[in-house]
Design a protein around this ligand. Structure first.
Ligand SMILES: [Zn+2]
Length: 465
């Protein structure tokens, strides 16, 4: 079957495969009460009332129809570390949380994705095992400059680089020379570069200082990564982006100060965007002290003032995307008396996004369009997938999720986790928002708390060139 081109007018169908009826359809422009008519996995009509026949009707009265969440930042760890998560578990947990597509990071799979062959290997695995659509990041590491073109040709969504030690020895962090040179080449190849922005030297120095004082607890870890560690790296990355003309995406920005540097650079026409993660919007440092290992990540979660400032920046439009940075590990790696030795990574792909909806509380209606922008539309735009993804509109893929706001609060339990290991900092948290359904290209993946039987396999997404 040939794909409809955008300019081809869609004929008025007399029969739909699926109609989503009576929901409050959320777009980044606002919320409208409308029916969605779907044929061959695409939205072909958005209208106040669709009366034609449909093979299937989903009643969405009283619910929000939200665009499928595009999570541009996950670590599903396959191949090589499937005992940490794996694509099948990870994509299912994502769908249960309203996600319809993920971008897997080049680490912590083994081999890491640093050339075309390793990208193709991961692609084949994901095509077989993912229940959602997906894209794949390639890595920018010392020594692979000559393989970046191969990554582009194999369909990488972009290149990811670490500016400090990644925690995985097979994925080395870039030195300034490699980053600058890599960005120069990426700009020529039309590839966006994403950076984990923490300064390696500063992080190492502050860590050594804490350890020298005999401090190894959670507070020592938090103290070892003050905001200047993040700022120094953002400054450098932004400078290189300006110099090379490379598109830059700073992942998991944890502080309003970091965002300010990015906003400033944008004003000077540097092509840079900022991602933050649900955990920076949902937790503060006191929560990390209480929760311990499950809330360990880097950059670290900061104080309440920063958390509230991030919400303000989000509402002001200064955060372009939100990704989960889902980075699970086996429980054994989460237990040590030495907090520095514990695996750093938050497993939040299933609940992080829905808790953002819950956090909006009374202002949910007002905030939903904004969340539709940062969770779907902007992701599709920034990564050039916006021909068919990211919006609930005619001509777009029927990727959506149904949200219900319940009267009673629900307490999240470990039992409801679809991740391989039932570890999440969100267990025990209460929410009024429930994801009841997730559809990928018109097919149900997640349905009323259950995996839908006819689970379609994921499609590999490549940026438009
Ligand atoms: Zn990450």
């Amino acid at each position: 079957m040939s794909k409809k081109k955008k300019e081809t007018p869609v004929l008025a169908p007399s029969h739909f495969d699926l109609v989503v009826r009576g929901g409050h359809v959320v777009t980044s422009e606002g919320i409208v009460e409308a029916d969605l008519g779907i044929v061959d996995g695409q939205i072909v009509r958005v209208a106040s009332m669709i009366t034609e026949d449909a093979s299937e009707v989903v009643e969405a009265h009283g619910r929000y129809v939200f665009p499928g969440i595009m999570d541009a930042h996950v670590h599903f760890n396959e191949p090589g570390r499937t005992d940490w998560e794996g694509i099948a578990h990870g994509s299912l947990a994502l769908a249960a949380g309203g996600g319809t597509c993920f971008f897997d990071m080049p680490l912590n799979s083994e081999p890491p994705v640093i050339d075309a062959a390793s990208l193709r290997t991961k692609r084949a695995l994901a095509e077989e095992k993912s229940c959602t659509d997906f894209a794949l990041w390639g890595g920018l590491v010392p020594g692979n400059l000559d393989r970046l073109a191969g990554l582009r040709d194999a369909g990488a969504i972009g290149l990811k680089a670490f500016m400090c030690h990644s925690g995985i020895d097979s994925f080395r962090n870039v030195d300034p020379h490699t980053l600058r040179e890599g960005m120069k080449r990426a700009a020529k190849l039309g590839l966006i570069v994403a950076v984990h922005a923490e300064d390696d030297e500063l992080a190492a120095r502050y860590t050594a200082e804490q350890k020298a004082k005999g401090r190894f607890n959670v507070r020592a870890y938090l103290a070892s990564r003050p905001v200047e560690v993040e700022l120094a790296a953002i400054r450098q990355a932004v400078e290189f982006a300006g110099e090379t003309g490379c598109a830059l995406h700073v992942v998991h920005v944890s502080s309003p100060e970091g965002l300010a540097l990015i906003t400033e650079a944008k004003a000077q026409r540097v092509d840079v965007s900022a991602e933050t993660c649900p955990h920076y919007l949902l937790f503060n440092e006191h929560d990390v002290v209480k929760l311990g290992a499950v809330a360990k990540c880097s950059p670290v979660i900061r104080d309440e003032r920063s958390r509230l400032a991030l919400w303000a920046e989000l509402r002001a439009g200064d955060i372009q995307t939100i990704g989960s940075d889902h980075s699970p590990s086996p429980p054994a790696l989460k237990t040590s008396k030495d907090f520095f030795a514990i695996w750093g990574g938050i497993a939040g792909v299933q609940h992080g996004f829905q808790l953002l909806f819950n956090e909006c509380g009374e202002t949910l209606e007002r905030d939903l369009p904004l969340l539709a922008a940062v969770l779907a539309r902007n992701v599709a735009r920034r990564f050039r997938l916006d021909e068919h993804k990211g919006r609930l509109a005619e001509g777009f893929d029927a990727d959506f999720t149904l949200l219900e706001v319940t009267k009673k609060k629900h307490t999240i339990t470990a039992n409801e986790l679809w991740t391989q290991h039932r570890l999440s900092p969100y267990v025990g948290r209460q929410s009024r928002v429930r994801i009841t359904h997730t559809y990928v290209r018109g097919q149900p993946i997640w349905s009323d708390g259950r995996i839908a039987p006819a689970t379609r396999k994921g499609k590999f997404l490549q940026p438009q060139r």
